[in-house]
Design a protein around this ligand. Structure first.
Ligand SMILES: Nc1ncnc2c1ncn2[C@@H]1O[C@H](COP(=O)(O)OP(=O)(O)OP(=O)(O)O)[C@@H](O)[C@H]1O
Length: 217
């Protein structure tokens, strides 16, 4: 499997440059923690990666999660694979889900400790529960690379560990915007630190401690 390259990435809002120009290459096996203070440009960079790599098999877990509140947990997770099935199969699933999908999605929800809410509408879940559903949808989707914007920000310690493990076990390549530096260093093998729209640090996690990253904040 080959890697992915983002070259000459630039983002402007009006006349203000908020990111770049910057280059970033992602090699197979790399799980990158994107760190930096609020407003540094992490979400903007993830958005650019999503746009550039859209046809490369990208799963996106956005900061706002993008769930449909009126649909059940099961159906929101199912949506990760909507484009794999014909329209009539998707429509049928709304009314009568196929047993094999129910079994597969239930197993995934059990892994993320949210299976008991399988048929609950997402609009009736807590923030942490919704975040686990969005993680399950990203895992169910599959693909070459995961882009996730603060995927465990609403979860307590053990839940965050569980979700980070599930995400990084599923995807060979990933870029995850993270605020919890210890969690980032434990689950990602490369750290890219963003400061004022530029790359200030780009090193393997094993060479870093949380104190090395504090200058970014
Ligand atoms: N729609 C927008 N219009 C104008 N400026 C924007 C817009 N979206 C983001 N910005 C600006 O771009 C910069 C980078 O924002 P971005 O959301 O990428 O930061 P971030 O590092 O992801 O922050 P956080 O950790 O708070 O999510 C910020 O200065 C922000 O104010």
């Amino acid at each position: 499997m080959t890697g992915l390259v983002l070259a000459g990435a630039v983002a402007d809002y009006g006349s203000a440059r908020v990111l770049g120009p910057l280059d970033l290459a992602l090699a197979p096996g790399e799980r990158v923690a994107l760190v930096g203070k609020s407003g540094a440009g992490k979400s903007t960079l993830l958005t650019l990666m999503h746009q550039r790599w859209r046809d490369q098999g990208v799963a996106l877990m956005p900061q706002d999660l993008g769930l449909v509140p009126s649909l059940s947990v099961f159906h929101n997770v199912y949506m990760g694979r909507l484009d794999r099935y014909p329209w009539w199969a998707n429509l049928w699933t709304l009314v009568r889900p196929r047993q094999r999908d129910v079994v597969e999605i239930t197993a995934l929800l059990e892994r993320l400790d949210i299976a008991e809410k399988r048929w609950t509408p997402c609009g009736e879940l807590s923030g942490g529960q919704r975040q686990r559903v969005a993680a399950a949808r990203a895992i169910h989707q599959g693909g070459r690379v995961l882009l996730a914007d603060e995927p465990v920000s609403a979860l307590d310690g053990p839940q965050a560990e569980r979700v980070m493990r599930a995400l990084t076990e599923t995807y060979d390549m990933a870029v995850l915007a993270m605020h919890d530096l210890e969690l980032a260093l434990r689950h990602c093998n490369r750290v890219v630190g963003i400061q004022a729209g530029s790359i200030a640090i780009d090193r393997p996690s094993r060479e870093l401690s949380t104190s090395d990253l504090l200058d970014l904040y």
